[in-house]
Design a protein around this ligand. Structure first.
Ligand code: ATP
Length: 306
């Protein structure tokens, strides 16, 4: 008998590189980014419901505050698109258990959309390939395809054209979280404002970064981290500069604003180092909380069916 529901576990991401091209005529920027999936997860359960219920969503977990429980939730949007594309029953229950920070530049909403797509594929035995699921995901948001893919991957276009990258090693991260998120569109607008009058080249993948990943060299990776949205995020939230300074003072291999921020991700050499930096950041008074994670990890995967 087919199961009544399934749970997918989906990782957060950090951008090891984020290069932003000029503002296009369509209002979007072409980007080149290198993603790494890290061990902070949302669990997304999808289950069949009584006829006439429609799509219902409930949200729990450490980071559930401020997440919309209506049709604007990316998980609901993903469910509606899957129902339409694959003629699925219209009555579904979605349960999100959130651990990924909200509006933190770590693709929390995208992770939930990815969980719904992978979950419904499994629940209704659709047999979709990863490529097809990523293409459905790209209609919901630029980071959804990577949340499905996981590991380490290059994203081009709007970050939604994913190519898995050759990478060795496992990396330790210390993440400095802010109490208040930053809206991605405002950070891009600030980036455009700061760049006014400058000529901006098309974005390309960083060769030193790819070399560090191929070699599994954490020290070289720390030096090669780049984020062209970082000046804009720091301009909107000057305290981020102080957070980045704490990382430098405590010998992080590298530190970077993740995506559009405001989470700051520090690469550290080992557990001892991670502990020292965690304590320093926690007592600095400039971050709201600190969490540790490692990467890379898998993309969205089914962990339970019932
Ligand atoms: P990205 O890194 O992809 O730019 P982000 O991690 O900065 O995204 P999200 O956590 O995805 O940001 O949240 C951005 C906004 O999207 C939130 O402020 C919230 O209003 C809305 N949102 C919609 N669906 C979700 C969801 N399932 N989880 C979290 N936020 C959601």
């Amino acid at each position: 008998m087919r199961s009544r529901g399934v749970t997918a576990r989906v990782p957060a991401k950090v951008n090891l590189q984020l290069s932003v091209g000029p503002l296009g005529a369509d209002g979007f920027h072409e980007v080149t980014t290198v993603f790494q999936a890290i061990s902070l997860f949302d669990d997304v359960t999808v289950a069949t419901a009584e006829k006439g219920e429609g799509v219902k969503i409930s949200i729990t977990g450490q980071t559930s505050g401020g997440v919309p429980a209506d049709n604007s939730n990316l998980a609901v949007k993903a469910a509606q698109l899957m129902i339409k594309n694959y003629d699925l029953p219209e009555d579904l229950v979605i349960k999100l258990k959130k651990e990924i920070p909200v509006a933190g530049g770590m693709a929390g909403g995208s992770a939930d959309a990815a969980g719904v797509i992978v979950g419904l594929d499994s629940l209704f035995e659709l047999g979709l390939s990863r490529d097809v699921m990523e293409s459905v995901g790209s209609k919901i948001g630029s980071d959804v395809p990577f949340s499905i893919c996981g590991g380490v991957a290059i994203g081009t276009g709007r970050g939604d054209q994913i190519t898995p990258a050759l990478a060795k090693g496992s990396y330790n991260w210390v993440l400095a979280l802010s109490g208040q998120g930053l809206a991605t569109p405002s950070v891009y607008q600030e980036c455009d404002r700061l760049r006014e009058g400058l000529s901006i080249a098309a974005p390309v993948v960083s060769e030193p970064l790819m070399q560090a990943l191929r070699a599994g060299d954490a020290k070289a990776l720390g030096k090669a981290l780049t984020n062209e949205l970082q000046p804009a995020a720091c301009s909107l939230r000057p305290a981020l500069r102080l957070v980045l300074d704490v990382g430098v003072d405590y010998g992080a291999l590298g530190g970077i604003v993740s995506g559009s921020g405001p989470t700051v991700a520090f690469l550290v050499s080992d557990d001892d180092h991670a502990m020292d930096l965690t304590v320093a950041l926690s007592s600095s008074g400039v971050v709201s909380s600190v969490v540790r994670a490692s990467g890379p990890t898998n993309g969205a995967r089914i962990i339970e069916s019932f």
